[in-house]
Design a binder for this molecule. Structure first.
Ligand SMILES: NC(=O)c1ccc[n+]([C@@H]2O[C@H](COP(=O)([O-])OP(=O)(O)OC[C@H]3O[C@@H](n4cnc5c(N)ncnc54)[C@H](OP(=O)(O)O)[C@@H]3O)[C@@H](O)[C@H]2O)c1
Length: 232
């Protein structure tokens, strides 16, 4: 069976690592993206020790030079990307108020959580063919339809931006036969989610795996949790 290629950002830990691990066992070649060399290499080694085809690629998605360098390498190692999973994000304003949170932090979070995902899409879309899939990790924190949430306002805004990006790019990408969807993984036990979260990473990646493998390709420009559409 021909291998498919998936790019996963933020692959060294948490949901990105679990997705890398599971997709490597599903006949994917997994390009694992992370910004910290040592952490990324040891995470990739843990998966490749089991005989899987993984390629660690260092990119800080918040840094243009780093993205450009990474893309030079990417263009050398593959001519085709089947799935792009924008998973990487930061949450550094928990419990803060938008009136008082440091402006530099707002720029940093928008730069990584929003521009990072947009730049990854713009930099890789030329490698995607008809049937390609883009999956953006969002959060219920970015949804107005679920009543909105106040516990991390900048994080919430960046996830609303990801939702809007998903909605707007869907029609542009449909001309190329590429789908793009956003998802909320639920509240998951990771460094970001914390120990009290009720979901395991295995549960947290289920909707992303479904969007990558099984969801009808006609599903595009939508927002999902537990494989069901949820309101923006
Ligand atoms: N966990 C939850 O309950 C939950 C709920 C809703 C949505 N989500 C979303 O799910 C996704 C994954 O979350 P998680 O819980 O797995 O978070 P996590 O454990 O904090 O992992 C985040 C990953 O993103 C990477 N990352 C951050 N900034 C980066 C940058 N500039 N360049 C490259 N990689 C970068 C981190 O790398 P470092 O190790 O170098 O920091 C790490 O690998 C995020 O988009 C998050 O917003 C999570």
């Amino acid at each position: 069976m021909d291998k498919k290629t998936v790019i996963i950002t933020g692959a060294n830990k948490g949901l990105g690592y679990e997705l890398s691990r599971q997709m490597a066992g599903m006949h994917y070649r997994v390009i694992m993206i992370g910004r910290r060399e040592q952490e990324l290499m040891s995470s990739a080694e843990r998966i490749s020790d089991q005989g899987a085809d993984v390629y660690p690629l260092i990119i800080d998605i918040g840094n243009d030079d780093s993205i450009d360098k990474g893309m030079e390498i990417l263009n050398d190692i593959t001519s085709n990307v089947d799935v792009l999973i924008n998973n990487a994000a930061i949450l550094e304003d928990r419990g803060s108020e938008l009136l008082h949170v440091d402006m530099d932090l707002i720029h940093k979070m928008i730069n990584i959580n929003f521009f990072g995902a947009l730049k990854m899409i713009r930099s890789t879309v030329h490698l995607m063919r008809e049937g390609g899939r883009i999956i953006n990790f969002s959060s219920g924190a970015g949804s107005f339809g679920e009543g909105g949430s106040m516990w991390a306002p900048v994080y919430g805004i960046t996830k609303t931006m990801i939702n809007s990006l998903t909605f707007h790019l869907a029609s542009e990408l449909s001309e190329r036969g590429i789908s793009i969807n956003a998802l909320c993984p639920g509240w998951v036990k990771t460094e970001m989610g914390g120990n009290e979260a009720p979901r395991s990473v295995e549960e947290g990646v289920q909707t992303a795996l479904w969007l990558a493998n099984d969801a009808p390709i006609q599903y595009t420009g939508k927002f999902f949790r537990d494989k069901k559409e949820i309101p923006w």
